[in-house]
Design a protein around this ligand. Structure first.
Ligand code: NOJ
Length: 565
């Protein structure tokens, strides 16, 4: 692939013009019949990705791992998990993607490693230079060094009987946090980053990267924080220095994109990372818009979830479309491997499955920023119904439910059923539904996680064969984005901020104006703006016939139209 791009304006970049497709390898495609997706399975589907028209693949971790958190606990950064294949398989995938002009970004998980990583094994033995690779503290075995809570539930500390000290883990106990204050740790990480960049990858999605710097002295967190300790480990004192160092010593020498995952980050905070020369990041995944349906204490609050209000959602998205997307650049997403399926969460996976999935696609692909599509969204995969904890693989769901039991908040799974069925990360991890064949064509054997039984109707093969399908709508939107600079670089202006059903905005670049009207509800809604136009043209609609004009008319349930004004 040619690394030299002729850019039309100085602030244009390939990653701003790209549509990214996220792959969760365990659930994507099993080529060798062991029930687990693998790298050759992805290579088999490169043609599929190309036909959808995506420009970049973000590959979730494929590194060697004991899989307590499905690869986000890395045992060896430079080798491929056996179940997924070999390094030669990975190289073949990279070549196959590049041959079709699709770039590849890898997941960079460096807030923590697996406790089986050689560095941790040596650290727990106090082995020479590795002694301070992790965050160790003295203390009696019954009292953790501070009150910080793990993101996955329970305390963020585990006592290690070998070293007779506590170690910090912001996630699972099998994921000890690296000590970024130690310059040897940073050197090792930079060498590893360079090693992957030299293999020809096109960038990184940086996992939990806002957690790498912790407050000096690791003080107790305020008890009224949603996650106790968060104030002391998110956006810590040296975070910008560390990111700048990584950028200067590695990424600055390559034409690579970066997108940093930053939970619990406000829009202004996210923007701070994008200031040039401050941390070298291109985009931030911030999650403000993902909190609209959370309870007041965050995601895992009993009895409070699922309600959301379009006006609040519009306000948050419009904030991000302001400074974050206009001065800098935004990362556009509604789903990923940690979140419920978007059509079940923000649309209607029953009566208006098709219309609402297409509406959500229209939204994602017509905002300012780089859109990220999560596998299966392109043909409307939905949530499943979990009847017991035995059906759950996700370490976070299990940790959160255990915490509810331990704190006496619940006595049985039934009391948490609704909560689990709303938030479980396994909704996104059920195998890709390729076809109507047994196991949805994902594998010949028993899949590692149950297939959603709606695969007979909802699958890629059926969607490809139907020109009006959700899949073809995605394809058309991607084409439109590729053809129209206005969809990429145009400004964003919100109309009707207080309308409770309609989400409408105008994208403008030079003389061109595009209007997007989304009726984000299952009732008709009257669109009335007073915009004066002589002739308008429908570029794309999710209903068979949406009239070019008049603009002011009743929009049908989940109708989504892109007009040229
Ligand atoms: C965020 C990742 O997206 C998630 O899957 C993982 O469990 C945590 N970071 C910890 O690495």
């Amino acid at each position: 692939m040619s690394r030299v791009e002729v850019l039309k304006q100085p602030d244009e970049s390939w990653w701003k013009e790209a549509v990214v497709y996220q792959i969760y390898p365990r659930s994507f495609n099993d080529s060798d019949g062991d029930g687990v997706g693998d790298i050759p399975g992805i290579t088999e589907k490169v043609e599929y990705l190309d036909s959808l028209g995506v420009d970049v693949v973000w590959l979730c971790p494929v590194y060697d791992s004991p899989n307590h958190d499905n690869g986000y606990d890395i045992r060896d950064y430079r080798s491929i998990l056996d179940e997924f294949g070999t390094m030669a398989d990975w190289e073949a995938l990279l070549d196959a993607l590049h041959a079709r002009d699709i770039r590849l970004i890898m997941d960079l998980v460096v807030n923590h490693t697996s406790n089986e990583h050689d560095w941790f094994q040596r650290s727990r033995q106090r082995d020479g230079e590795y002694e301070d690779y992790y965050i160790w503290r003295d203390g009696s075995p019954d009292e953790p060094p501070n009150n910080w809570e793990s993101v996955f539930g329970g305390p963020a500390w585990t006592y290690d009987d070998d070293r007779k000290q506590w170690y910090l883990h912001l996630f699972d106990e099998n994921q000890p946090d690296l000590n970024w204050r130690n310059s040897d740790v940073r050197e090792d990480i930079k060498e590893m980053i360079t090693w992957w960049l030299d293999k020809g990858i096109d960038g990184f999605r940086m996992d939990a990267i806002n957690f790498i710097s912790k407050t000096d002295g690791l003080p107790d967190g305020d008890l009224d924080e949603q996650l106790v300790g968060h104030q002391h480990y998110a956006h810590g004192p040296h975070i910008h220095d560390y990111l700048q160092e990584i950028y200067d010593d590695t990424l600055a020498n390559y034409d690579a994109m970066t997108v940093a995952e930053m939970g619990g980050t406000s829009i202004p905070q996210a923007a701070e990372y994008l200031v040039e020369g401050q941390s070298g990041l291109d985009m931030v995944f911030q999650f403000n818009h993902m909190s609209v349906d959370e309870g007041s204490d965050g995601q895992w609050t009993l009895d409070e979830w699922g309600e959301w209000d379009l006006t609040e959602f519009k306000e948050i998205v419009t904030d991000a479309q302001g400074e974050l997307a206009t001065t800098f650049w935004d990362a556009l997403f509604l789903g990923n491997h940690d979140l419920p399926r978007i059509v079940s969460r923000f649309g209607d996976d029953g009566a208006y499955h098709e219309e609402s999935a297409k509406l959500i696609a229209t939204f994602l692909l017509t905002l300012r920023g780089t859109p990220y599509i999560y596998q299966g969204e392109e043909f409307g995969m939905t949530n499943v119904e979990f009847d017991s904890l035995n059906q759950i693989d996700d370490v976070m769901t299990i940790g959160k439910v255990e915490e509810l039991f331990e704190t006496g908040s619940i006595d049985s799974f039934e009391e948490a059923r609704g909560l689990v069925n709303y938030w479980s990360r396994d909704h996104a991890r059920t195998p890709m539904q390729w076809s109507d064949a047994p196991n949805a064509g994902f594998t010949d054997r028993e899949p590692w996680l149950e297939v959603n039984d709606n695969y007979h109707d909802i699958n890629a093969e059926t969607a490809l064969a139907d020109e009006d399908s959700i899949w073809h709508h995605y394809r058309s939107l991607i084409d439109l984005r590729h053809e129209m600079d206005t969809l990429v670089y145009g400004t964003y202006e919100l109309l009707l901020p207080d309308h409770e059903q309609l989400y409408a905005y105008i994208r403008t670049l030079d003389e061109e104006q595009l209007l997007v009207v989304l009726n984000w509800s299952d009732e008709p809604a009257m669109f009335r703006t007073g915009i004066e136009t002589n002739d308008t043209e429908v570029l794309l609609s999710n209903y068979e016939s949406s009239p070019d004009s008049p603009l002011e008319r009743e929009f049908r349930p989940y109708e989504a139209v892109v007009y040229r004004l």
